[in-house]
Design a protein around this ligand. Structure first.
Ligand code: NAI
Length: 766
């Protein structure tokens, strides 16, 4: 026998991990758990069980929280929050203690996680648990630095956190560590399949002497999630399916609760013909067979350049045949058990319902296992190319050119992550900005770290977890600019005396446009005198404006320098006509308008200044590489301005434009004539058509349509607070970002609302 033959025929012996300690811990609790509220466990009510999916064995019985339990947990968190928020240095000590405790008990956590979830012990031991520790260590640092580095931010209060079953401990760490670091207290609900490591974590909290009520854990199913969503919390942080994310978005609409959603994905994995194919194949093992493919950012959609497709698929199939599937407690296992027979049935049904392409599967043991699967030759529109399977199933098609690869990669309603394999760094860095996703991995995949933000765009949700950018989701500004006094439009009688038509038109795609509905109304001054007429925009006008904004997508690719120049030019032209605008404001409001005009010029200067300075960061990550946290425009932003005639408009369009967005702004409802006069400033300041689109009329006529429109990426409202619920509810359509407040925020808040952070992981150094 040659060495090669020996190598190829060698069998792995079993390398079982002992579960004795984990069972001893469960036995010590009589295998029965209550909730962890105000530092102690409640009496168990034994309503459901947690099972080992690999064997079907019942591990423990758990309690389904009742409304009184959720209320008690929220009350406990509320009671603890003020004292907890007092000292960042004290919080840092506790977070550090939690990290140390997780490290001390790391093997117990890993084995318990594998028993409860079915993931290979190798992954629980080498990925889930170390990353959870790293999250607490890293955020102990943020707690320490908060007062000095984030002096203008404060905690939100009590955070409700609902997590899924795919990374039970890791998701807990991602939620709890930043919340606690920033001075919040929490009520967390683990997923019903996988509550055990959260309960072990609760015990650790008590062991390190964490003040009572800072961490509360309640168990149960979606009904408990609903109770938390409806409870008196200040924020909801959710990770899970897009479907439930949508339910939570609707349920919290108009409540004033902060919200972050980390949802599903169908992340493309792009292999170019010059890639190191063996590495790319190995990468796929981590992309789609890691955690049985039950990973929101799994590289589940393989796009291969046509010329190498055949070779690549051959290599991939050979590698698949070498995957070891079976007992998750065996240290040599690559693919473990699916979390539950229900999830197994979902995966099987989805694959069985597909009759397209070619299916390649390797053998898997009987039980709650699904065989690693490759389906080639699908169309981009095929159901399995579009829908999240959340199992070890890789779907694939081929492409010819980089442009086609980008188009196919972006042909999805999700936008969580993307992977690019090529030896050509120019190509990788050329397409990274073109991929619509929150994360891009270059020649690597599924990398995560506490220092780098994680999260998506489109229907993958909003908000980031990790890094400096993640802290924004657990803080709020200490001071908000004073909201303008709500002012009603003045009433009057009669029309205009001037025989020449003075109806201000809408401004769409760089042109003045008559309203589709053919309605207009008179704007009266404080003494009832008719000042002019404005058009009443409707749904169709909005639709046209959205189309125009999309056509102006070139704006997002311009340089910050150019955008600054245009904003300065707008300021210059406004300044030249300052008197005219001041008297227009006085005519409409009865108050002197000079300060507002001067303020608007200042605002334009401020955002011109920021246009080329609101930079990204380079995150140092403890992996051979760096994560470039790039700030990208959100896209198309639709906004309802507050009542201030000019300032309300400028404070919306200036930050959005500065960051490269295109805007559809509904001008001040009572006093729209300064905004319509501003059309001439836009026309004379080199603002490309479609970058700023102006609508006038009743905000209630367009608010719901703005929020529901599938091609709008974010909706802002600084208008009538009674529209908030309608806007946030309708925004669930494509899960667009919302920013609803009594007035626009500080420059930093507006710039943050105008950008998405994309983390691009690139190999760097040794
Ligand atoms: P899910 O989204 O239903 O569950 C996630 C969490 O939300 C659990 O703690 C659950 O109890 C809770 N929940 C369920 N309904 C709720 C409601 N109405 N209000 C508040 N909380 C609620 O996910 P599920 O059913 O476990 O898995 C279904 C599919 O979701 C999977 O096949 C997969 O496609 C996707 N999924 C995606 C995840 C991700 O990380 N993106 C994680 C888990 C599931």
């Amino acid at each position: 026998m040659t060495v090669k033959e020996i190598f190829e025929t060698m069998e792995y012996g079993p390398a079982p991990e002992s579960a004795a300690e984990a069972f001893a811990w469960l036995d010590g609790k009589s295998r029965s758990f209550g909730h962890f509220i105000y530092g102690a466990f409640t009496d168990p009510t034994s309503d459901f069980t947690s099972k080992n999916p690999a064997t079907g064995e019942v591990l423990a019985s758990l309690s389904q929280a009742r409304p009184v339990d959720v209320e008690a947990a929220v009350t406990a968190a509320r009671k603890a929050q003020k004292a907890w928020a007092k000292s960042g240095a004290t919080r840092a000590r506790y977070l550090y203690a939690l990290a140390r405790a997780l490290q001390k008990h790391s093997r117990l956590f890993a084995v318990l996680e594998t028993l409860d979830n079915g993931k290979p012990i190798r992954e629980a031991r080498d990925i889930d648990v170390p990353l959870a520790q790293r999250h607490f260590y890293h955020h102990a640092g943020f707690a320490q630095l908060m007062e000095a580095e984030l002096p203008d931010r404060q905690p939100l209060g009590v955070c409700g956190q609902i997590i899924p079953w795919n990374f039970p401990l890791l998701m807990l760490a991602w939620k709890i560590a930043p919340a606690l670091a920033m001075g919040n207290t929490v009520v967390l609900k683990p997923a019903e399949y996988t509550s055990l490591t959260a309960l072990l974590f609760a015990e650790i909290c008590a062991q390190v002497g964490l003040p009572k009520g800072v961490v509360n854990i309640v168990t149960g199913d979606g009904a408990v999630g609903e109770m938390i969503t409806g409870s008196d919390v200040d924020k909801l942080a959710f990770t899970g399916s897009t479907e439930v994310g949508r339910i939570i978005r609707r349920a919290t609409a108009g409540s004033g609760k902060a919200l972050s959603l980390e949802l599903g994905g169908k992340s493309p994995y792009i292999v170019f013909d010059d890639a190191d194919l063996d590495s790319a194949v190995e990468g796929l093992v981590d992309a789609i067979w890691f955690n049985q493919g039950q990973v929101c950012c799994a590289g589940s959609r393989l796009l291969v350049q046509e010329g190498i497709a055949e070779t690549f698929y051959r290599k991939l199939k050979t590698r698949m045949e070498g995957l070891r599937i079976g007992d998750p407690l065996d240290k040599c296992i690559d693919v473990g058990a699916v979390v539950d027979p229900i999830q197994l049935a979902t995966i099987s049904d989805m694959v069985a319902s597909n009759d397209e392409g070619e299916v390649f599967q390797v053998a898997a043991p009987e039980g709650c296992y699904y065989p690693p699967t490759l389906i080639t030759g699908l169309h981009t529109a095929s159901r399995l190319m579009q829908e999240e399977i959340f199992g070890p199933v890789l779907v694939s098609t081929t492409f010819r050119t980089p442009a086609e690869a980008v188009a196919m990669a972006n042909d999805t309603r999700y936008g969580l992550a993307a992977t690019v394999w090529t030896e050509n760094i120019n190509l990788a860095l050329d397409i990274a900005p073109k991929l619509v996703s929150g994360i891009v991995w270059v020649n690597s995949t599924n990398l995560m770290d506490a220092a780098a933000g994680f999260g998506g765009v489109r229907e993958s949700g909003f908000g980031r977890e990790g890094g400096w950018e993640g802290l924004a989701g657990y803080t709020k500004p200490k001071e908000r600019p004073k909201p303008p006094k709500a002012i009603e439009a003045f009433a009057g009688k009669g029309g205009l005396s001037d025989p020449i038509d003075r109806t201000a038109k809408l401004y769409i795609g760089g042109k003045q446009a008559r309203p589709d509905g053919g309605y207009s109304r008179v704007v009266y001054g404080p003494k009832g005198d008719a000042l002019g007429e404005v058009s009443l925009a409707n749904r169709k006008d909005l639709r046209n404006a959205v189309e125009a904004a999309h056509a102006a997508k070139g704006w997002s690719k311009t340089t910050g320098h150019l955008r600054a120049q245009i904003l300065y030019y707008m300021a210059e032209n406004l300044s030249a006509r300052a008197d005219e605008f001041a008297s227009r404001i006085k005519d409409m409001t009865g108050k002197q308008g000079r300060d507002e005009v001067e303020g608007a010029i200042q605002t334009l200067f401020t955002y011109a200044a920021w246009a080329d300075k609101f930079d990204g960061q380079v995150h140092g990550v403890p992996i051979r590489g760096v994560a470039l946290a790039m700030k990208e425009p959100v896209g198309v932003i639709a906004a309802l301005c507050d009542s201030r005639p000019l300032a309300g408009l400028i404070e919306v369009i200036a930050p959005a434009m500065a960051m490269g967005n295109r805007v559809i702004a509904a001008a001040s409802q009572p006093f729209p004539l300064a905004a319509t006069d501003f059309i001439q400033v836009l026309e004379t300041s080199d603002v490309p058509g479609g970058v700023v689109n102006l609508l006038t009329g009743d905000h209630s006529d367009v608010a719901g349509h703005m929020a529901a429109h599938m091609d709008v990426d974010a909706v802002w409202s600084f208008s009538d607070p009674s529209l908030a619920q309608q806007i946030e509810e309708a925004s669930a359509s494509n899960l667009k970002r919302t920013f609803v407040a009594p007035s626009p925020g500080s420059a930093r808040d507006m710039l943050r609302a105008s950008t998405e952070v994309k983390n691009i992981w690139v190999p760097y150094g040794e």
